[in-house]
Design a protein around this ligand. Structure first.
Ligand SMILES: NC(=O)c1ccc[n+]([C@@H]2O[C@H](COP(=O)([O-])OP(=O)(O)OC[C@H]3O[C@@H](n4cnc5c(N)ncnc54)[C@H](OP(=O)(O)O)[C@@H]3O)[C@@H](O)[C@H]2O)c1
Length: 314
């Protein structure tokens, strides 16, 4: 399809550097003009918004938008209800994003199965902690959400010899992974997960899912890894479950408030590992073709790749 001489793209993000994207975008689509918020000449001339969050004034003045492309795999940072209605929304699905996430999750599994957490605590006390780890094939990993992130992570971890089970909203089949679906299956899924990894989208159904009711269903001393979104965790329930010994440790990459406030109890908790929302990151080199293809689709009025079902919330 021929593309108009100039196509205007709005870029808005407080996390992503436009300079990392612009050369790749221009190479793929020479007619593309990128306007980095707040330097927007006339919002009415913008064709496509490429954003992490909405600009503070919203998008209502961008009256000719043909698509909103999220700068992340998750879209809950965008207030879906306040997006202009009728403008399709797509999320970023980048193979390198999923691969980086899978590496993070495999690291977390090995960290706890090989007891690096215990060894680090022992070293701090100059204590020789000669305990041998649990066998890999007896360390059961449960992955909540088997989408782009969870599916890739589950396959990688299973490929390393760990028994893996997955939990989804609708029934799924993955070779070598025991699959559970729906709220009624959450208990059986949790009961045999020595470590759970949350890679769910944040929706009304999943907010607060990493809380006491789930922790009580996990085997005693289980580990929790959250790389989904911060509001999946009920912070006070997590601290209570760790303090009581119900849970053995938690590795957290995402938080209700980011950056995590300096006074937050997670920072200093001996059983919590904090990473600053770095489990995965989009790479403009591998993600640009999808963005440009979606700009072309938007201009042609065709359905977008990885279009979000706004009613479903993911
Ligand atoms: N920390 C980071 O650096 C980082 C980076 C990228 C993404 N993320 C986060 O990772 C999460 C997953 O992203 P994704 O791209 O993999 O999402 P996705 O492809 O949309 O997959 C979502 C998965 O969650 C399942 N799910 C949704 N609602 C559910 C429910 N109520 N009960 C059970 N399962 C449910 C879906 O089930 P169905 O298969 O049945 O639809 C699907 O398997 C998001 O929260 C995203 O924000 C974090």
């Amino acid at each position: 399809m021929s593309v108009p001489a100039t196509v205007k793209l709005l870029f808005h993000s407080d996390l992503d550097d436009p300079a990392a994207w612009i050369p790749h975008l221009r190479r793929e689509m020479p007619g593309l003009e990128v306007e980095v918020w707040p330097k927007v000449a006339d919002p009415r001339d913008v064709d496509v918004a490429f954003i992490w969050t909405q600009p503070p004034e919203g998008l209502s003045t961008y009256t000719n938008l043909k698509a909103i492309l999220a700068l992340g795999a998750g879209i809950n940072q965008l207030d879906l209800a306040s997006l202009p209605s009728g403008v399709p929304l797509a999320r970023l699905v980048d193979p390198m994003l999923a691969a980086a996430m899978a590496d993070y999750c495999l690291y977390a599994v090995l960290h706890y199965q090989r007891e690096f957490d215990r060894h680090a605590r022992a070293q701090a006390e100059r204590r020789w902690n000669h305990t041998l780890p649990r066998a890999k094939d007896g360390f059961r990993v449960g992955v909540m959400g088997l989408g782009e992130m969870g599916g890739t992570a589950a396959r990688l971890i299973a490929g390393h010899g760990f028994p893996v089970r997955g939990w989804t909203r609708t029934p799924r089949t993955f070779a070598g992974i025991s699959c559970f679906a729906g709220d009624e299956a959450l208990g059986s899924f949790a009961a045999k997960s020595d470590l759970v990894i949350c890679l769910l989208p944040l929706t009304a159904a999943t907010r607060g899912i990493l809380g006491k009711p789930l922790f009580d269903r996990l085997p005693a001393g289980a580990f929790v890894v959250n790389a989904g979104r911060g509001a999946h965790v009920v912070d006070a329930d997590l601290v209570a479950a760790l303090d009581s010994g119900r849970l053995g440790g938690a590795m957290l990459d995402v938080f209700r408030e980011e950056p995590l406030p300096s006074g937050h109890p997670f920072w200093a908790h001996p059983l919590i590992s904090v990473t600053p929302h770095v489990a995965s990151f989009g790479d403009p080199r591998s993600a640009t073709p999808q963005v440009v293809e979606n700009v072309r689709r938007a201009l042609a009025g065709r359905p977008l790749l990885n279009q979000v079902d706004v009613a479903r919330g993911y």
